[in-house]
Design a protein around this ligand. Structure first.
Ligand code: ATP
Length: 262
């Protein structure tokens, strides 16, 4: 297999301690988790051109079409402080991506709490963070990021529960997958240094999609709460205010956020 030169350039630019490149894989996250059980070093990545069984939360599917998407899993071995803030790492990937898209393409990207990256209220990236435990000892985590870059990456609408888009549709610049990967990784490792600081939560809150709008919270497809999205707490919980003025907080779990206006 020929590893693309542009990918090797990304590895070099980011100074990655380890990498795996696949043309086809079932799931980069599964591969990363297995690598964590072995000798994976902190900051290594697994990249695939095509995932046959890409995963979202709760065993939902993430579609990665060939030659048009990014499927990357970042393997991390967390220090003690980071381990206490495990719940922030999915958002870290979302914030890092939204910021790098804005910086390099002047595209406004927002985060549908907890972590999907939206452009023009449509999903352009999904994130799934999974942890590898050894008893009650954390071996590490894998932050899996699927990014729709070129139009071929967008799955047919009937496969989706939320509208989708890709980066190329929002800029006249030609976008290149490996350049985007390069920019994203730089942003990710820079923001990682601040993930446990209030600055990170402030940045995440500024990027929240549907802020001050009425949203629904769904659990198992049933609306369990509706209210104005007011912000996030310092631990990453979502804060809504009901019509009666009651404040309600949601922890990242299997709840889904939907704008009332869609
Ligand atoms: P939701 O978007 O329903 O709140 P979620 O944020 O947990 O759920 P994920 O688990 O991150 O979603 O992603 C899985 C969902 O994303 C799938 O159910 C599908 O609707 C959608 N999806 C899958 N592949 C893509 C893609 N390439 N682009 C946009 N959306 C996708």
């Amino acid at each position: 297999m020929q590893i693309p030169h542009d990918f090797l350039q990304v590895v070099h630019n980011a100074g990655l301690p380890g990498w795996r490149y696949y043309e086809t894989i079932d799931s980069t996250n599964l591969n990363g988790l297995e690598w964590l059980n072995g000798d994976a070093q902190d900051g290594s990545i697994v990249f695939a051109d095509y995932q046959t069984a890409g995963r979202g939360r709760s065993e939902r599917k993430w579609v990665t079409n060939p030659h048009s998407s990014i499927a990357v899993s970042i393997v991390l071995r967390l220090n003690e402080i980071e381990q206490k803030n495990l719940q922030l790492f999915s958002a870290l990937a979302g914030v890092a991506l939204a910021i790098s898209i804005k910086k390099n393409y002047s595209i406004d990207a927002f985060i549908k709490w907890p972590n999907d990256v939206l452009i023009d209220r449509k999903k352009t990236a999904g994130i799934l963070t999974e942890a590898a435990w050894n008893g009650d000892q954390l071996d590490g985590i894998v932050v899996g990021v699927g990014i729709n870059v070129l139009p071929d990456s967008i799955p047919p609408a009937d496969k989706l529960q939320f509208p989708a888009t890709c980066i190329q549709k929002h800029t006249t610049k030609d976008v290149d997958r490996f350049k985007i990967l390069d920019e994203f990784l730089q942003s990710f490792f820079e923001w990682r240094k601040k993930v446990c600081l209030p600055e990170f939560i402030n940045q995440w809150e500024k990027l929240l999609a549907f802020r001050e709008e009425t949203v629904y919270i769904k659990e198992n497809d049933i609306v369990i709460f509706s209210g104005i999205l007011s912000g996030i707490e310092c631990n990453g919980d979502l804060r809504l205010v009901s019509e009666e003025g009651i404040i309600k907080k949601f922890t990242v779990g299997d709840v889904h956020l939907r704008p009332a206006s869609s």
